[in-house]
Design a protein around this ligand. Structure first.
Ligand SMILES: Nc1ncnc2c1ncn2[C@@H]1O[C@H](COP(=O)(O)OP(=O)(O)OP(=O)(O)O)[C@@H](O)[C@H]1O
Ligand SMILES: Nc1nc2c(ncn2[C@@H]2O[C@H](COP(=O)(O)O)[C@@H](O)[C@H]2O)c(=O)[nH]1
Length: 299
């Protein structure tokens, strides 16, 4: 038989296990992009009885994709919040600082909005196989008002790719001539292999006629666009996890083992560049990721 204090102890430990599980579930939702960290914070503020309110701030920040323990510790310091603080125990100013940080991380940087509320240039970049092409394709199909740029490349077409639709497939000489004539808005050698570039004229024409334009390019290109068009909005697409990125790359089966290894090396460097971007979007489900990108374009 179990005596009353023992019953209390068992009930207490069952409640503690349930609370731990609920917190782990919240962390999973944030790390897999199902919920935003700012939404978790708001939920903790709305109702102190929610499991969210017992989550430590460091656990919440550490669950945001690609923020490791070192960056988390640095952010906690910058926010002036002690590592043991729970969401439900934040002071007003701490709450405000944390809220602003989380919103800033999801949303475009201040000052990057175009001066006129007309057309907008959005760059979608991210590591290899994160799904940039898939998300861009979904936008092309479901959001016909958005103009997608067609890049030029010196690589050979893959099966099913159409010249002038997927890419403009150029020889090295043709690409050189376009570079010399200043016909690219940006161009770069990607994955140490082939050259890719954004033809300038269609972009300028589309922006002049008030259309929103999306460029799906690599990070070197994104940096050049920022120089040429400081008002452009730079969006970094993230995979839910590194393992999922590897699965997508290998599952796609368009590169051999050597090329896959080279792309994954580049991907590590590229992931470190996400802080330069105005916004991040986690590509867990394509339709949601596409909607978030379009929202950033039209917000
Ligand atoms: N949300 C998703 N869930 C599962 N699979 C996805 C998702 N998004 C894309 N994929 C798959 O991942 C693979 C890589 O996608 P995609 O070719 O669009 O990547 P990419 O970022 O354009 O790559 P690269 O930069 O190498 O051209 C494809 O097989 C695609 O079908
Ligand atoms: N800087 C640019 N990068 C571009 C452009 N178009 C595509 N890309 C990037 O190249 C890689 C590889 O593409 P793949 O089709 O060979 O798999 C990918 O990361 C693209 O984002 C561009 O015009 N400029």
């Amino acid at each position: 038989m179990v005596n009353p204090p023992e019953v209390d102890r068992l009930a207490g430990s069952r409640a503690a296990v349930a609370a731990r599980r609920a917190r782990a579930e919240v962390k999973r939702q944030v790390s897999e992009g199902e919920r935003s960290a700012s939404e978790v914070l708001s939920s903790a503020a709305r109702d102190g009885a929610q499991p969210e309110s017992t989550l430590r701030v460091s656990e919440l920040i550490g669950s945001i994709p690609w923020l490791g323990p070192t960056r988390t510790a640095k952010i906690m310091q910058e926010l002036r919040i002690s590592p043991s603080k729970r969401l439900g125990g934040l002071g007003v100013h701490q709450y405000q600082r944390l809220h602003e940080f989380l919103v800033r991380r999801q949303a475009p940087r201040r000052g990057t909005e175009p001066e006129q509320s007309g057309s907008r240039l959005v760059v979608l970049a991210g590591p290899t196989a994160v799904g940039k092409g898939t998300v861009a394709g979904y936008i092309r199909e479901h959001y016909p008002d958005v103009q997608l740029s067609v890049s030029a490349t010196t690589r050979a077409p893959r099966p099913g790719e159409i010249d002038g639709v997927t890419y403009f497939f150029l020889t090295d000489d043709q690409f050189d001539r376009m570079v010399e004539a200043g016909q690219f808005l940006e161009w770069a050698t990607v994955h140490n292999a082939y050259r890719y570039g954004t033809p300038r004229a269609p972009i300028e024409d589309a922006l002049a006629s008030g259309r929103n334009v999306l460029l799906e390019i690599d990070i070197q290109g994104a940096r050049q666009v920022r120089q040429a068009f400081p008002e452009a909005r730079l969006v970094f697409l993230l995979p839910p996890t590194w393992d999922e990125l590897v699965r997508r790359l290998t599952g796609r089966g368009t590169e051999g083992a050597e090329e896959q290894a080279r792309r994954l090396e580049t991907a590590k460097v590229e992931l470190a560049a996400q802080e330069e971007f105005d916004a991040t979007v986690v590509n867990t489900e394509v339709p949601e990721a596409a909607r978030e990108v379009v929202d950033l374009m039209t917000a």
